[in-house]
Design a protein around this ligand. Structure first.
Ligand SMILES: [Mg+2]
Length: 341
């Protein structure tokens, strides 16, 4: 067992990953409840700032969140706050069957609490098509949550519903042809399958072997390179997406920010495509990475449960900052944001 090192240092584990190692008693900022951002991860917190030492290591989850006080305070007190969140892997655990994904109850409670506060808007920003996103987020017609689907190519706004997208018959015809051709290309590769998408297609390989995943990607890549080299290719966790619309989550957040005239944005996501949005944030915003991976986010949480805890804490702090009572979601509240008009 290794002994604690000086605060802020890292140690190498038996598996070769770098992880923080320090003692609170040696922390130069020990006057804070949890010490500094780094040793807080060891001394008791679920949340930490990202940095070179932490970008490749997932630290053990602990209790508390004092180390992000400095990050939450300006967000909590901003005039008009936009909370924009990826769905899969961020609010919901990843599922083998994509349409089985549902928001964690704690995450829904936190989002309902936030959306009930004055000048606070909640938006879901996903690569899912808008229709699928509405299903998995149990999004009702009376919801106050804004939605952006297909990586920012589709929007749904309270009161006006789904925003019409320009029709492009030629692009749709090519999409249909390529969806069918891609299905033929991966036929016989166990666990690899094609998801028809509004503006293209997705190749799923979560349940495929590494070898079959590689073959499936090579075949679909070759198909798209030959017939639709102008389409945008995005790779995520066990999925490769191809689309004739080139929007990204960065443009989705920009459009949502403008629409609600947000003075600050919190964005959280767990995958490569979320980094477009995280990189686009300004100094007054707050980016949160859920789970492992290189990131432009300022802070990191280990999983969707920890993000829900962080969002609930933000709701409490924002209620304090605005001088209003923090709304409490009833236990077992159903989907569809029933707390709101
Ligand atoms: Mg995700």
């Amino acid at each position: 067992m290794s002994s604690p090192a000086r605060c802020g240092s890292t140690r190498t584990t038996s598996r070769g990953s770098r992880t923080p190692s320090c003692a609170r008693s040696r922390c130069p900022r020990q006057s804070r409840a949890a010490g500094c951002g780094r040793c807080a991860a060891v001394c008791g917190t679920t949340t930490w700032r990202t940095g070179r030492a932490s970008s490749s290591a997932l630290w053990p989850p602990r209790r508390g969140s004092d180390d992000v006080s400095d990050d939450l305070a300006p967000i909590a007190s901003t005039a008009r706050l936009l909370i924009a969140l990826d769905f899969d892997g961020t609010l919901s655990p990843l599922q083998d069957e994509p349409m089985a994904a549902r928001m964690l109850p704690a995450a829904r409670e936190a989002l309902n609490a936030l959306a009930a506060l004055p000048d606070t808007t909640v938006a879901l920003v996903s690569g899912r098509t808008l229709g699928d996103l509405r299903v998995i987020s149990e999004h009702g017609d009376d919801s106050v949550f804004l939605l952006s689907g297909s990586h920012g190519a589709e929007f749904w706004h309270p009161g006006s519903g789904a925003q019409a997208t320009p029709d492009d018959a030629e692009a749709r015809a090519l999409r249909d042809d390529l969806q069918a051709a891609a299905e033929d290309a991966v036929a016989g590769l166990d666990g690899a399958w094609i998801e028809p998408k509004t503006f293209g297609l997705g190749l799923h390989t979560r349940l495929a072997s590494d070898a079959d995943s590689r073959v499936a990607e090579e075949r679909v890549d070759a198909l798209l390179a030959e017939r639709a080299p102008h389409w945008r290719r995005r790779s995520g966790r066990n999925i490769v997406e191809y689309a004739y619309r080139h929007e990204g989550k960065d443009s989705a957040v920009a459009a949502l920010r403008e629409r609600v005239r947000a003075t600050a944005v919190l964005f959280a996501g767990d995958d490569v495509t979320d980094e477009d949005a995280l990189r686009s944030l300004g100094p007054g915003d707050l980016g949160v990475r859920v789970g492992e991976g290189e990131t432009a986010a300022r802070i990191r949480v280990p999983d969707a449960d920890a993000l829900a805890t962080l969002l609930l804490e933000l709701a409490r702090r924002r209620a304090d900052a605005l001088g209003v009572r923090a709304p409490a979601a009833p236990e077992g509240a159903p989907g569809g944001n029933r707390l709101h008009p």
